[in-house]
Design a protein around this ligand. Structure first.
Ligand code: ADP
Length: 481
């Protein structure tokens, strides 16, 4: 992973920077070369302009045209001999055909017809330029100007200057700019590596920790504290590990409490079976034993049903909804639990409302909701306590309120009672999935479960369901029309 980021950074950022710098370098060097060569060109031209200016004046006072022409030729020849800028330029005179007539350097022989002379002949302004390496291996710029006036046998003036100094300067400039580019590149590499390290190192730690968590070491945490996004990622992973640990612990507690719950009726069944095997069928205890075995078996069956149901519900609650009267459903549930309430010396306060409360719901699931909540109310009620059931309508919602006078739930537990496998500190028995199932079903019916409780006073569970026919969110399972 870490190699991936580094490689990606090199191939994208670094490569792009190298390309950009190379482009800038090429542009810079070529523009500098251009401007330096232009300056040389200008110096040559200035020199030529001054010669041409003097040439124009020469012979103007003469009357004969041939004399004027000769005078100019003479002037040019003397100029070549006394040329005062020999150290910078070489001044040459060319005759028609390109042969050198005279040169300020004194060298005439061996010079072939120069390229710039040919170009001057071809050009419109009588000027030709060439850059080449002289026989001495020196790079030079040569410009030939065709003399605009008749000057004896002289057809052109040629000025040659060395480019060695200019090129040396350009080379220095090139070296400095390459140095600057290298410094920029080095700085980017160092700062980039710092940046990449700032991601790669924490990511490595995150990777190691998540591997440990995946292996089941749920107490693994990322200890180092980082800032920004990486810090938040580490926090999320630590939180995830914490939650995983919590759910693992809850799962273990769930398994142990379920096993315990299953063992109680099994112990009783086993005990009675042993007793019955020694008793004749007409013994008065025989019948009682059979009844207990039957009721304990039923309890086991119900418990296993509840567990199976819960496990099925983990893949989403499947509902078979129909139009129901909430009043009738609550009355049925009350009737079912009434015997248990009376059996435990409790009282039930329920007044059936006269008007129906139509809802769109699954009958069996709804019954499961009421039975679970009422079962808790019975479980946690003190002897002689009363369980109140109220039905209310408010706007587009119907409310079922189940209130007990039991021991209540502490505020810390109240936050978690709807979570699966959660059992409060006050829990007497159960697997911790009752309210989780209630919440899941009611939410699937577009409703809501609210639990209010005061320790020592009692608990009120309020179930809100949308009423049928009222405007509002249409449950997915509602039939068309
Ligand atoms: P269980 O199946 O163990 O009863 P529930 O999900 O129904 O699990 O309830 C979770 C926890 O909420 C219980 O362990 C208990 O601590 C608390 N609780 C639920 N209903 C009541 C109530 N009516 N009075 C007091 N505590 C309750």
């Amino acid at each position: 992973m870490s190699h991936g980021i580094t490689r990606k950074w090199i191939t994208t950022n670094l490569l792009l920077l190298v390309l950009l710098l190379a482009g800038a370098e090429i542009l810079f060097v070529s523009s500098q070369t251009q401007s330096y060569y232009n300056a040389v060109r200008q110096a040559i031209h200035n020199r030529y302009s001054s010669i041409a200016g003097q040439l124009q004046v020469t012979g103007n006072s003469e009357t004969e045209a041939t004399d004027t022409s000769q005078a100019r030729a003479l002037f040019l020849r003397s100029m070549v001999e006394q040329f005062d800028a020999k150290d910078r330029f070489e001044l040459m005179l060319l005759r028609s055909g390109g042969q050198v007539l005279a040169s300020s350097s004194g060298r005439i022989a061996g010079i072939s017809v120069p390229e710039d002379y040919r170009l001057a002949l071809e050009s419109d302004n009588g000027r030709g330029e060439s850059v080449y390496y002289s026989t001495a291996g020196e790079k030079v710029m040569a410009v030939t100007y065709l003399v605009p006036y008749a000057a004896g046998d002289i057809q052109a003036i040629r000025l040659v200057t060395s480019l060695t100094l200019v090129d040396a300067q350009l080379t220095r400039l090139f070296q400095v700019s390459v140095g600057v580019c290298a410094a920029i590149l080095l700085f980017s590499v160092i700062s980039g590596l710092f940046f990449v390290r700032g991601i790669v190192v924490p990511l490595g730690e995150v990777e190691a920790s998540t591997r440990r968590i995946a292996r089941g070491e749920l107490d693994a945490r990322i200890e180092q504290e980082y800032e920004g996004e990486i810090g938040r990622l580490c926090e999320s992973i630590n939180h995830m590990a914490e939650e995983l640990g919590r759910s693992e612990q809850m799962k273990n507690e769930f398994i142990s409490s379920v096993s315990h719950e299953l063992r109680t009726p099994l112990t009783s069944i086993k005990g009675w079976m042993e007793t019955l095997s020694r008793l004749p069928p007409d013994d008065p205890h025989y019948q009682k034993g059979m009844e207990i075995i039957t009721s304990e078996t039923q309890r086991l069956y119900d418990m296993v049903e509840e567990l199976l149901d819960f496990s099925r519900m983990q893949n989403g609650v499947k509902l078979q909804c129909e139009r129901l009267d909430l009043v009738a459903e609550v009355s049925d549930a009350a009737l079912m639990i009434e015997a248990r309430i009376a059996g435990q010396g409790l009282h039930l306060s329920y007044e059936e409302p006269e008007l129906p409360l139509p809802v769109w719901a699954d009958r069996n699931r709804l019954r499961q909701v009421f039975v679970n909540v009422l079962d808790n109310a019975v479980k946690y009620s003190p002897p002689d306590g009363t369980i109140f059931i109220d039905l209310l309508q408010d706007g587009e919602s119907a409310f079922v309120e189940i209130r007990d006078q039991g021991r209540g739930i502490t505020p810390e537990d109240l936050e978690n009672v709807k979570q699966k496998f959660f059992k409060g500190k006050n829990s007497v028995r159960g697997s911790g999935i009752g309210l989780a199932v209630v919440d899941e079903i009611v939410r699937a019916l577009d409703g809501e479960v609210n639990i209010a409780s005061t320790v020592g006073v009692g608990t009120t569970v309020t179930i809100r369901l949308p009423m049928l026919g009222a405007a509002g969110p249409v449950p997915q399972s509602r039939p068309p029309g």
